[in-house]
Structure formats: structure tokens, C-alpha cells
Design a protein around this ligand. Structure first.
Ligand code: MN
Length: 390
């Protein structure tokens, strides 16, 4: 089995459909440009039957980025599949992603259908999609809560009907790594080389990334994820986290993606500028504190040898140096280092005075100082000196 893991980005679809994350078509195009630059393998640009805006977005993304693999979502029914196919008319590498729920709870309360009906509709939708495009993905919605044997049966049936990718989502974020890995292993073994097994995990129990990682070990080769982990409810598997786990821990996880990690931070920042919220400050990889070493002891070790406290060089993910925060627990050593990097050679007396002013400011706020603020303090100090000398 290949060690290449495909990154299916759904920031523009699952991410966009969550509260506070709506995007206009031009905003989706702006984000799509960044996702292409980042090297995402597949861009899910919308759910065309759901709204005119979603239809336009899929159409616009596939015209603007003809060589990107663009996916459109569709339920397993004729109207949805036809609408998705229409939205992809100008795509050079179109993918129709069709889904139907398979779990007992969804069949009983939501669809009011039998397993056989669901299986027949899934096969019919995949066959119809294949009359329009070569690349069809099938998703068994609420797959993680589906009886494994039915999941295996429907997976084999849709592959026989022409699906190339079978996605087993943990739609409600209920699964755990061990359980999910076993389920994905069963489906991957059943499908062998006939299709790529994909996963789509939600973070309701904070396990979306861990479950995705367990799935890779069990044979999944496509991960559905979003920038900053946005998505329905608690969100989806975070793209930046799963990618950086594979890169940083290649010793334990011998897989690779096509992601150019130096664009991760700017992709996160761009998304934040488009939607109504950013990642929490302590968010792994892209949070504003993710590479901040504030405690004096940590800073002292870090300045002697970065790897004492840093497992990822911030440059690997494109964090600009000036984004590293210095807070009130930072020592003189760190402050001097920061001043030197900004081009200031401070005398001992100057450093003492700077440290005094720095702690006075840092004491009164909770969020620490950026490089530019430290430079301002140095310049103010020199100005005061010059005035005193006059
Ligand atoms: Mn989802």
C-alpha cells in the first residue's frame, strides 16, 4: 500500500456551513487560491443543490483553478447528482461526492428507510454520477455508528458501481481511535486496491485528529479536513495538525502528503480574515501562542538550544519571526536576544532600562508583546536619553 496520504480540504464546504463561517463566492475564490498554493489534493467547494451560492462557488473554483481536483457534494438522489455535475461542467478534474446515511439511528429516524433501500439508492447515485464524471466518491454518513458488516457490504457495492473513493465519516464525533481504526481496517481490507478509503472526523470529543491518525495506520489514504479545524459543531479534523503530525513524527508515521507546510500559517491567517473568528491562542500549529516561550526558564533553555523546548521550527509552518510573543515572564536574556535580532546592540544600562519598561508594560496586560512593540520601547528609551543629554 502506498504511503501517500491525500488531503481533501473541506474548508469551503463543511467549514463554511458552520455558524460564523459563511463565505461569499469571491471569498471562497480567495481561500481556494491559498489552498491550491498550499498543495491540498482535492478542494470540496460546495453543496450545489443547497444554494445558488454553493453552485456558483463550485463553478467559479473549477473555472479559476482548472487543474485543481474540485469536488461537489450531493445526496444520493438524481436532482442532487445532476446539480453537482452541472456545477462541475468546467472542471478539468471534477469529482462528485455523493452521500447517504447508513447508521441504524439515521435510517430509523431520519430516512425511514431499510438498509436495502439505502444500498440501492447509493448504487444508483454512484452509477448516475459516473455517467457524468470518472471520479466519484461515496460517503456513508454516520459511518462510525453503522454496523461494520453493512458498511462493508455497501462499500463493496458502490465500488462495483464505479466509486473510486469510499469515505467512512465519524459524522457526530463519537468514535475513539481504537474503535475507529478497527472499523477502517475492516473496510480497507475488504476493498483492497479497488478504492481509496477516506475518513472525515468531527471533533465533538476532541478526537478528530487522533481518529484520523488511527485511520491512516489502519489503511485510510484520504483525510478530509479543514483549515483551523472549522466545521459543523466542534469542527472537523484540523488540516494543519494532521499534516504536521505526519511531518514531525515521520519516525512513527511513515506517510507523506503533498502539503507545502510553509503556507500553513498564512492559510490560517487568511481564513481568520475572511470568517468571524480565528483559532484559539493555544491552538496547535497556528495559534498565536503556539511558538511563544514565555516562562523565563523555558526561554533560557530555548535560547541556548531551540530543541530544548521546540519540536517544530516555526519557519516550517511559515510563522514570521516577529509573531513570537514576549510576555511578563520573559527574562532579560530573551529580551536582549529579541533586541539584537531587530538590529539593536544594547549596552548593559540600556538593557536594564528596557527590561524595566518592558515588565511595566507586560505586567499590565495579559497578552505579551510583539517584536514591533519592543522596538518601539527601545526607540522611546533612546529618545528619552537624547532629550536628557540636551
Ligand atoms: Mn462533516
Amino acid at each position: 500500500m502506498s504511503d501517500r496520504v491525500y488531503i481533501f480540504d473541506t474548508t469551503l464546504r463543511d467549514g463554511e456551513q458552520s455558524p460564523g463561517c459563511s463565505m461569499t463566492v469571491p471569498e471562497k475564490l480567495k481561500m481556494a487560491r491559498k489552498l491550491v498554493e498550499l498543495g491540498a489534493d482535492i478542494l470540496e467547494a460546495g453543496f450545489p443543490i443547497a444554494s445558488e451560492g454553493d453552485f456558483q462557488a463550485v463553478d467559479a473554483v473549477s473555472r479559476e483553478f482548472p487543474w485543481a481536483q474540485v469536488a461537489a457534494l450531493a445526496r444520493c438522489c438524481t436532482l442532487d447528482v445532476e446539480r453537482a455535475a452541472k456545477s462541475l461542467e468546467h472542471a478539468k478534474r471534477p469529482r462528485i461526492h455523493t452521500f447517504i446515511a447508513t447508521s441504524p439511528i439515521h435510517l430509523k429516524y431520519k430516512l425511514k428507510k431499510t438498509q436495502q433501500q439505502v444500498l440501492d439508492e447509493a448504487v444508483a447515485a454512484v452509477e448516475l454520477a459516473r455517467t457524468h464524471v470518472d471520479d466519484v466518491e461515496f460517503s456513508a454518513e454516520d459511518g462510525a455508528r453503522t454496523e461494520p458488516d453493512f458498511l462493508e457490504k455497501i462499500s463493496k457495492a458502490v465500488v462495483a458501481a464505479g466509486a473510486r473513493t469510499v469515505n467512512i465519516p465519524d459524522t457526530v464525533g463519537y468514535s475513539t481511535p481504537k474503535e475507529y481504526g478497527a472499523l477502517i481496517g475492516q473496510i480497507a481490507t475488504a476493498l483492497g486496491d479497488c478504492a481509496i478509503v477516506s475518513v472525515h472526523c468531527h471533533d465533538d470529543l476532541g478526537l478528530a485528529v487522533a481518529n484520523s491518525l488511527a485511520a491512516i495506520e489502519a489503511g485510510a489514504r484520504q483525510i478530509e479536513c479543514t483549515i483551523n479545524g472549522i466545521g459543523e459543531r466542534a469542527g472537523n479534523c484540523s488540516l494543519e495538525e494532521i499534516v504536521m503530525i505526519l511531518k514531525t513524527r515521520a519516525d512513527s508515521y511513515p506517510y507523506h502528503t503533498g502539503i507545502h507546510t510553509e503556507h500553513l500559517f498564512s492559510a490560517s491567517e487568511l481564513l481568520t480574515s475572511i470568517i468571524t473568528f480565528g483559532p484559539q491562542p493555544n491552538k496547535a500549529i497556528v495559534g498565536r501562542n503556539a511558538f511563544a516561550h514565555e516562562a523565563g526558564i523555558h526561554q533560557d533553555g530555548y535560547l541556548k538550544e531551540k530543541t530544548t523546548y521546540e519540536i517544530i521550527d516555526p519557519r516550517t509552518v511559515g510563522v514570521p519571526e516577529g509573531r513570537l510573543v514576549l510576555g511578563k515572564h520573559s527574562g532579560r536574556h530573551a529580551l536582549n536576544e529579541r533586541a539584537q535580532r531587530a538590529g539593536f546592540d544594547l549596552s548593559k544600562q540600556e538593557l536594564d532600562e528596557l527590561y524595566h519598561r518592558f515588565t511595566a508594560v507586560a505586567d499590565h496586560r495579559k497578552k505579551g508583546l510583539m517584536d514591533e512593540e519592543i522596538v518601539r520601547l527601545i526607540l522611546e528609551g533612546r529618545k528619552a536619553q537624547a532629550v536628557a543629554a540636551d
